[in-house]
Design a protein around this ligand. Structure first.
Ligand code: GLU
Length: 497
């Protein structure tokens, strides 16, 4: 396969939308599959939307996901600079080329007049096209145009409207009529290029032969084709990525639809492997039922031709499910010791006072219940701090209520459990021995596991669910378990008084 040279060209606006990242994943995979190049270019010409620190955030996110770039900021490359604001002279030179070809002009029309044209066309119910209002200055000589430009007029393209057809790698064979081609702005008043112009020049100079971007750029494609033609340059392969849709309704996923930015998902304990997997499969599949893909499997199986051409619905529940799968997969493959560092920062505050070894033991019995790493905060609190024993928690438990156990029955059950568990000393406080004692307690008391074990579980963990009781007690240790059972018992006693 031909080497794919492609790019990810985000604008540094500070918010990394799920869709932005997906637009990085597909070109990355296509480039790596063909030993091509993946370029990072920062499209920072829209000064009004620029956010300080946004570029760093983009780079950090790409690195987190394992999408390393071959050319771009911090990496360098032969076709830099990779920030568009540092390429101002290049765009101006290229605008001049069009001026000398008679395909661009400086437009002195003021904004009020432009608005008037728009209003008039609207009133006449005819499509507003700037080329119908092209000023007479469009016919000046190149020297005249350049002098007008030097006085601060923006540069516009001189459209060549005609029917155009092209192939999009995802959307198929497309065509558009002259009515969508116009005298678009190439260089703004501030001397910086528009996206429409800058990306054409950059992609060409950076040898990009495949452009993958959101489908929202499709309506402008006829104008881009006109620019390639005016420059007499070959266009890259065009890949329009379908919208990511909101979980409900048929609209594009926006900030308000509950989808967090990639940064927030990361902070919320989503693993990069899961994010990569989820986003890659949002609008692409390999034709099988497979759902879990590692990066190397994606590299093996991904193909542009299997990107779907309709919108893909964002489903956070699925992302969380996938993250849970990845936690299990990685712990199983790597073992607790290797996985543990990823959990740092996600433990409850109370865990700070504990050794890593203890946390690893907790992780080993809880990891298969986690959906995100931040679940650790709530799900493990009782391993690090004593629960407050509220008798209601025991008295209101549905299993215990159903069994019709009175307060004194419960107290007696706790007493029996305590005295049997006390027979184990520190060195025999093992999972295996605990299992034996707990099972013999069932026999001795004639209670169902849902009753006796719920009681003990609530007393030691204050949580309605926990890993298997023998595991929970073995990690909690003898001293803590017994102290908590005693505290539960006396809280029932106090309550009964
Ligand atoms: N800067 C554009 C954006 O952030 C990039 C579009 C493209 O990839 O060409 O949407």
């Amino acid at each position: 396969m031909k080497e794919i040279i492609t790019r990810f060209a985000p604008s540094p606006t500070g918010y990394i939308h799920i869709g932005n990242v997906r637009s990085a994943i597909y070109p990355y995979l296509a480039a790596r599959q063909t030993d091509g190049k993946f370029i990072l270019r920062i499209e920072d010409t829209d000064q009004a939307r620029y956010v300080e620190g946004a570029t760093e955030l983009i780079m950090e996110t790409l690195r987190w996901l394992g999408l390393e770039w071959d050319e771009g900021p911090e990496v360098g490359g032969e076709n830099g600079p990779y920030f568009q604001t540092e390429r101002k002279d290049i765009y101006q030179d290229w605008a001049k080329k069009l001026i000398f070809k008679g395909r661009a002009y400086a437009d002195p029309t003021d904004p009020e007049t432009i608005q008037k044209y728009r209003d008039e066309d609207n009133a006449k119910k005819i499509p507003y096209l700037y080329r119908n209002h092209r000023p007479k200055e469009a016919d000046l000589s190149p020297a005249g145009i350049i002098s007008l430009w030097q006085k601060g007029a923006p540069i516009r393209f001189k459209a060549d409207p005609k029917p155009r057809s092209w192939h999009d790698e995802v959307m198929g064979d497309l065509s558009a009529g002259p009515e969508v081609q116009d005298d678009i702005i190439l260089i703004k008043k501030d001397g910086l290029p528009t996206y429409n112009f800058a990306h054409i020049v950059d992609d060409f100079l950076m040898n990009v032969n495949m452009v993958a971007r959101g489908v929202e750029y499709l309506p402008s494609t006829p104008n881009y084709l006109a620019l390639y033609e005016a420059f007499d340059i070959e266009r890259p392969l065009l890949v329009s990525l379908p919208h990511i849709l909101a979980p409900t309704g048929n609209k594009k996923l926006g900030k308000r639809d509950g989808a967090k930015s990639v940064t927030e998902y990361r902070a919320g304990g989503i693993l990069p492997e899961a994010m990569l997997n989820y986003l890659a499969c949002l609008g692409w599949n390999d034709g099988t039922e497979q759902e879990i893909y590692s990066k190397s499997e994606l590299l093996e199986k991904f193909s542009i031709s299997r990107i779907q051409n309709s919108g893909a619905r964002f489903d956070e529940t699925k992302l969380l499910w996938m993250n849970g799968q990845w936690i299990r997969k990685l712990v199983t493959e790597q073992g607790i010791d290797e996985f543990f560092p990823r959990t740092l920062g996600f433990w409850p505050k109370s865990a700070d006072a504990y050794e890593d070894d203890y946390k690893k033991r907790v992780l080993a019995i809880i990891y298969d219940r986690l959906k995100t790493l931040s679940d650790l905060r709530e799900m493990t609190d009782y391993f690090f701090s004593d629960p407050k024993i509220l008798p209601e928690m025991i008295l209101e438990n549905k299993f215990l209520k159903k069994a019709g156990l009175s307060e004194s029955d419960l107290e007696a059950l706790l007493e029996t459990s305590l005295s049997d568990l006390e027979t184990l000393d520190d060195s025999s406080w093992t999972e295996e021995n605990l299992k034996t004692v707990l099972n013999s307690l069932l026999e001795k008391t004639g209670r169902k596991p849902a009753e006796l074990f719920s009681l003990i579980r609530i007393a030691v963990s204050f949580a309605p669910f926990s890993p298997a009781l023998d595991l929970t007690l073995s990690v909690l240790g003898r001293e803590t378990t017994l102290a908590r059972l005693r505290a539960a018992k006396s809280s029932l006693l106090l309550d009964g008084e």
